[in-house]
Structure formats: structure tokens, C-alpha cells
Design a protein around this ligand. Structure first.
Ligand code: PMP
Length: 433
């Protein structure tokens, strides 16, 4: 492994980061499992790209079939892209989202959404939550505060606090979030900047996984629309059934986006992303701009995405995510009684956040303990990571095909990891890296 790390460091640009101090060398994936070069199996409860499980045969076979038949772009007529658009648009009947545009990455989808929003509104102001991540292009990194000090946020960007239920105890979260958005709008206007959009990841997955209470986005969406801006739902993480309720995360809040951006699990590993938008929002952009993205919407990626949608439906994965997500969430909530480090547990479907604190009353983030738990879970063969401003929320995001037994494995391993991490905290065990 050391030789491989050195070779990698020599060959690849220095901005890449590996997971774990002792990185994994994975050579194969199947279902919820990743297998390393020594044949050790790891339960992957972190990678939400391969949301149907690693190397799902329905997708792999479609990719192979299509790549052996035709790999071209959106300049020719092709049935698959049309069927994909029909199926995606059919998931949002309550909205007036009418068109699909395809990109290769979620970053590109958000970049395109911003271009469209600027043109439609004549504004440039953007409102995002304080630890949000929306992507890596120059424009999008300027509204991705979770990138930290490596990137300067744009002067047209306003940060608002993450809508965290316990930080607003006794407060109506809808009201609080609306007020924060209104204050950001007012501040933009005071600086002569017209608001273009409020963009939220509807599960606030980088802000610490904040799924509820359902409906709390309503006032904020109304506020941005009143100010002439658009509401963009970034569904790169919550989308494609992850919440176990609907296809999209915004649907649990009963709000209507102007643009929905998609990515990650869309091709179960094949690079495909994009956006759904209303006819009204796209009209001027369509008249004034030509949009060709060489690889986006290629026949192979579209075949993969279509297979993903068909598989979610055929295997009843939204329902499954709800059931297994409940087992996982309930099991972790039970651990809370025995582990004082657990400050809060929350989730929707198969996306669970476990907040680890030094003190339950003050909710002081325990970043060190969180990192201990992540590393000790890995020792037990379970892969996950952490998020939030204090880097103290375990991010559990397994494939939608996770079984109840696998959920039980996660709970047992977490129980043990928490016990060991607490012992390491008091010096009874050595810390792990
Ligand atoms: N939006 C969200 C919410 C994301 O989590 C990510 C990726 N982590 C992106 C956008 C960017 O997607 P990509 O990495 O495909 O560019």
C-alpha cells in the first residue's frame, strides 16, 4: 500500500484526498459490499452513487449492451434519452417541471442551474446554508462553503444557518428559516445585488443531515419567489428514492422548485447528472444559448439511468429504503440510552445522521470521538464518514438495497465502536488512526 500511495502522490495532482489515514485498496464491489486486494469485505454504508448496490447487474448489462451498439451524443435522435426524460418528468406531476437537461456531474448541473437562474431573474445573488456543498466549478465552488477556506465565497453569496431543529428549540423552524432567508435577501438588496436563487440540498446532507420536520422549507421558498429569485432543489444526495418516501427529497416539504438538480445515483456509477426545469425558466436560456455538452446525455449514460429508474421501481426500493431505514434509525436511537456521546439521531429513509457530542446539554461537537468511531467502524469492516460544521455527525448513507441484517450489523458495530471510542477518550484504550 505504501508504494502505491507514493506512486499516486507522484502521479496525481496534489488536491486529491484519500479516505482514511491507512487508505483502502478496493478491487471489487457487489451489492452493499466492497472487497479489498486482500479479499477482505467491507460493508459500504457511505457511497450513495451506487445506490442500487455495487455493479448491479441490471445496470451493468444495459451499459454493456448499449456500449456495444452505439455510443453517441445528443446531436442525433435517440429513443433512450426521450424515455428517460418522460420517466423523470413523470416523477414530479405536482410541479410544472417540463424539461430535462443533461450534464455529466452534479457540479455542472448546479453551474447550469445558476446560469439559467441569472438569465431568468436578471439577478446574481445566491442564498445557501452555511456548510452546504454544491460542487467544484468556479461558479459553484463560490457557493459551496463546506469547501472551507480553500475557496473564496463570492460577494454575491449569502450564508444562512442550517435549519437545525434543536438550535431552534421552542422555535417554529419554518418561521426561523424563512426569517433567515428574508434577512439574506434584504442584505443582498442593500448591497445592490438582485437575488437569483435560493439553493438547498433538501436533506441538508453537508450541514449535518437535517430532514425535518417535513414542511419547514415552505416559507423560505415563498420568500425567494416573492423577491423574484428561483428556488433550486439540489437532489444530488437526497434524490432517487433515498428518503424512502418519494423519489425526491423536496417532495417531503411540499414545495415546488423552479429547477431540480440531479446526479450521483442517477447512473449507479455511470457519470450522468442533469436538471429538471419549468418551461418558463428555460425559455430565454433556450433562445439565447446553445447547449451542447459532449458526453452529457450520451446513449450509454442514458441507458444506465433508465435502468436505474426501472430497477428502483421493479425492486420497490423506495419502500424498502423506508422499511430498512426505520430499522437502522430505531436501532441507533436505542443506542442513545447507553452512549452519552450520541447527542441526536435523525434521518429519512436510508440517510441517517448521528451527532456525537462532548456534552449533551451544550451539544459541544466531539470531532475527535467522531473520527475515532469512523476508524473503529472501518476496523470492524464498515465504511462511513462524517459531516457538519463541527465534523461530528456520522453520515450513514448505504445503498438502497441494504438488508435488515446488514442494518443490524451497522448498529452492532456502532455500539462497539462507541464503547471503544469512549474508552480511548479516557485513556483505557489507544486511539486508532
Ligand atoms: N450537490 C450535492 C448536494 C453534492 O453532494 C454533490 C457531490 N458531493 C454535488 C452537488 C456535486 O456533484 P459532483 O461531484 O457530481 O460534481
Amino acid at each position: 500500500t505504501t508504494a502505491m500511495i507514493q506512486r499516486r502522490d507522484a502521479l496525481l495532482g496534489p488536491a486529491y484526498r484519500l479516505m482514511y489515514e491507512h487508505p483502502l485498496h478496493i478491487v471489487r464491489g457487489e451489492g452493499a459490499w466492497l472487497i479489498d486486494a486482500d479479499g477482505r469485505r467491507f460493508l459500504d454504508v457511505y457511497n450513495n452513487v451506487t445506490s442500487l448496490g455495487h455493479c448491479h447487474p441490471a445496470v451493468s448489462e444495459e451499459i454493456c449492451r448499449q456500449v456495444q451498439t452505439l455510443a453517441t451524443n445528443t446531436r442525433y435522435l435517440h429513443d433512450t434519452i426521450l424515455e428517460l426524460a418522460e420517466r423523470l418528468l413523470a416523477t414530479v406531476p405536482e410541479t410544472s417541471l417540463a424539461h430535462l437537461m443533461l450534464t455529466c456531474t452534479g457540479s455542472e448541473a448546479n453551474d447550469l442551474a445558476y446560469r439559467i437562474a441569472k438569465m431568468r431573474t436578471g439577478g446574481s445573488g445566491i442564498i445557501v446554508t452555511e456548510t452546504a456543498y454544491h460542487g467544484i466549478t468556479d461558479a459553484v465552488s463560490q457557493f459551496s462553503p463546506s469547501l472551507g477556506t480553500s475557496v473564496d465565497l463570492g460577494p454575491h453569496v449569502r450564508l444562512i444557518p442550517a435549519p437545525c431543529h434543536y438550535h431552534a428549540e421552542g422555535v417554529d423552524l419554518n418561521e426561523r428559516f424563512t426569517q433567515d432567508v428574508e434577512a439574506a435577501i434584504a442584505d443582498l438588496q442593500r448591497h445592490g445585488i438582485k437575488p437569483a436563487m435560493l439553493i438547498v440540498d433538501s436533506l441538508f446532507t453537508s450541514d449535518g443531515i437535517l430532514p425535518g420536520p417535513a414542511g419547514f422549507l415552505k416559507g423560505a421558498v415563498e420568500a425567494i419567489k416573492r423577491a423574484g429569485g428561483l428556488f433550486i432543489a439540489d437532489e444530488v444526495q437526497p434524490g432517487f428514492g433515498r428518503t424512502g418516501e418519494h423519489m425526491w427529497g423536496f417532495q417531503r416539504h411540499g414545495v415546488i422548485p423552479d429547477i431540480v438538480t440531479l446526479g450521483k445515483p442517477m447512473g449507479n456509477g455511470q457519470p450522468i447528472a442533469g436538471l429538471l426545469a419549468t418551461a418558463d425558466v428555460l425559455k430565454e436560456f433556450g433562445q439565447r444559448s446553445r447547449y451542447f455538452n459532449t458526453f452529457a446525455g450520451n446513449t450509454v449514460s442514458c441507458a444506465a439511468a433508465l435502468a436505474v429508474l426501472q430497477t428502483i421501481e421493479r425492486e420497490g426500493l423506495i419502500d424498502h429504503a423506508r422499511k430498512v431505514g426505520k430499522v437502522l434509525l430505531d436501532g441507533i436511537i436505542e443506542l442513545q440510552a447507553r452512549h452519552p456521546a450520541i447527542g441526536d439521531v435523525r434521518g429519512a429513509g436510508l440517510f441517517v445522521g448521528v451527532e456525537l457530542v462532548a456534552d449533551r446539554l451544550t451539544r459541544t461537537p466531539d470531532r475527535w470521538l467522531t473520527s475515532q468511531v469512523v476508524n473503529r467502524m472501518r476496523q470492524q469492516g464498515i465504511l462511513l464518514s462524517a459531516c457538519a460544521k463541527g465534523h461530528n455527525v456520522l453520515k450513514i448513507r448505504p445503498p438502497l438495497i441494504l438488508s435488515e441484517e446488514q442494518a443490524a450489523m451497522v448498529i452492532r458495530a456502532l455500539d462497539q465502536a462507541l464503547t471503544e471510542a469512549a474508552a480511548a477518550r479516557t485513556g483505557q484504550l489507544n486511539p486508532v488512526v
